[in-house]
Design a protein around this ligand. Sequence first.
Ligand SMILES: Cc1cc2nc3c(=O)[nH]c(=O)nc-3n(C[C@H](O)[C@H](O)[C@H](O)COP(=O)(O)O)c2cc1C
Length: 267
Amino acid sequence: MTQVPSAGFIKHPPLPTLHPNDACARYRIHHHAQTHPATVRNNNNNNNNNNNNNQPASAKEPEMKAKVLVLYYSTYGHTEHLANAIADGARSAGAVATVKRVPELMPPEVAKQAGAKTEQAAPVAHPDELADYDAIIIGSPTRFGRISAQVANFLDQTGSLWAGGKLIGKVGGAFVSTASQHGGAETTLFSILTNLMHHGMITVGLPYAFGGLTRMDEITGGAPYGATTLAGADGARQPSENELAGARFQGRHIAEVATTLLRGRNQ
Ligand SMILES: Cc1cc2nc3c(=O)[nH]c(=O)nc-3n(C[C@H](O)[C@H](O)[C@H](O)COP(=O)(O)O)c2cc1C
């Protein structure tokens, strides 16, 4: 696994003490306190009327690892390649990263005719499982400057998660592949990010602390809104070292933010 430098400047201020009537506090209590080991332990202690609770919580806490889902669709493998690099970056920050893909919608004969890469190692995700992660990073090849139908179809099945506020406060990010340099990478990134914001997620991009964003000595993808790659008109170009470094940086950065939030919410 490639080592990815930390963004370094992630020095989050301590979280404020929230009033119990505050919506965020309610969220924190609802989503985290019930399952937090300290809460479960304390509840057990209370239920058993056992006062053996003098030990500082931290002495018994398991290490908190953010769960990161890298979810993508890829017809020819470029977005898949970025997805794996993002997961590597997240793992380098100590997160547990899972790579999954959304279901293909093209009939098999059409996919074959299009020369699609039908064999991809990542298992297919179910919309309901999004609630299980602390961070969700979604990737798509561009289609006319916007998200692919496969990813949109998957997200269209998250209505009940949205209605239940299940993704509120989770960290989200986006990454894309385009054929051409100005073929709509940024509009496609935003067509993913809007979905995440409707879900109440905290969107995180690829900061300029990743110096590869400002390279002028080679043609390269990469945007402050998320990692990108260029496939070329015939799909022959593969993600460059710079683009993969950007993807790893984004994965690490999002994992660091998610871990910081997780620890803060469980204090
Ligand atoms: C219907 C369709 C529309 C596309 N629209 C665009 C586009 O607007 N801009 C662009 O640069 N590439 C466009 N492409 C090219 C794909 O984005 C390219 O094949 C993809 O980035 C490769 O990624 P993948 O290997 O993960 O599928 C389009 C491809 C298809 C099939």
